[in-house]
Ligand binder design. Structure first.
Ligand code: GDP
Ligand code: FE
Ligand code: FE
Ligand code: FE
Length: 196
């Protein structure tokens, strides 16, 4: 694992050590696999592989930051206070970017946007957003029913993969009677609808 220091003043080993120290071992393994899968999807979709690999690596950097720290950051750093009724599942992307800027010193807006959109997707998604969103879903450590089909669809057509993931995530959340974040539904309406 190696990252060029194009997007951060930290060296590759400093970046990796900082991330390793911010999460449990299994979560770190997931981030490494998302990085590798992002690199592969970048290659297939003519995107900068090194940039995709870094974005994939840092996407869950803030997944295990304590809830109290999140609440404080949302209240003091200009985030929408409506976020306070949600939890870390929603926060670690869009608020997680605060910790990535603070600790990993990454300021590239494309990378930060991809992190921000990786859990819910969005109505507008760049190629990098789609790469990280899909790599997170199909990395080789994932084992939910349908992951093989999700992979096949994504490797054949990245946009189809985005539509597939959003439809399946929405279905899963509704079966659990879980709360739908409005952006997840908005994204579904753009990317998953068959008869446009
Ligand atoms: P992870 O961080 O690698 O575990 O994966 P993600 O960041 O993609 O997603 C974290 C969790 O958020 C997943 O279990 C998704 O199903 C869930 N999620 C995505 N959209 C929504 C939503 O609108 N509402 C809720 N409650 N959960 C969501
Ligand atoms: Fe995540
Ligand atoms: Fe995801
Ligand atoms: Fe993830």
């Amino acid at each position: 694992l190696f990252f060029k220091n194009t997007y951060s003043p930290l060296t590759s080993s400093e970046l990796i050590a900082q991330e390793r120290g911010n999460m449990a071992e299994d979560r770190f393994g997931h981030c490494v696999r998302v990085s590798q899968t992002s690199r592969k999807l970048a290659q297939l979709n003519d995107y900068d592989e090194d940039k995709a690999a870094l974005a994939g690596f840092v996407h869950d950097y803030a997944k295990q930051v304590p809830v109290e720290e999140y609440r404080e950051v949302i209240k003091t750093q200009g985030f929408d206070p409506d976020l306070l009724v949600w939890g870390r599942r929603i926060w670690h992307g869009m608020v997680g970017t605060y910790f990535i800027k603070r600790d990993l010193k990454i300021t590239d807006e494309e990378i930060l946007t991809a992190v921000s959109r990786h859990t819910t997707g969005d109505t507008t998604m760049t190629t990098l957003d789609k790469i990280v969103f899909m790599a997170d879903y199909i990395e080789p450590g994932r084992d939910f029913p349908g992951v093989e089909e999700a992979s096949a669809v994504t490797y054949a057509d990245l946009d189809e993969g985005v539509g597939y993931q959003l439809a399946h995530t929405l279905d899963f959340l509704i079966k659990q009677r879980d709360k739908i974040y409005p952006r997840t539904l908005d994204a579904y309406n753009v990317w998953s609808i068959k008869n446009k």
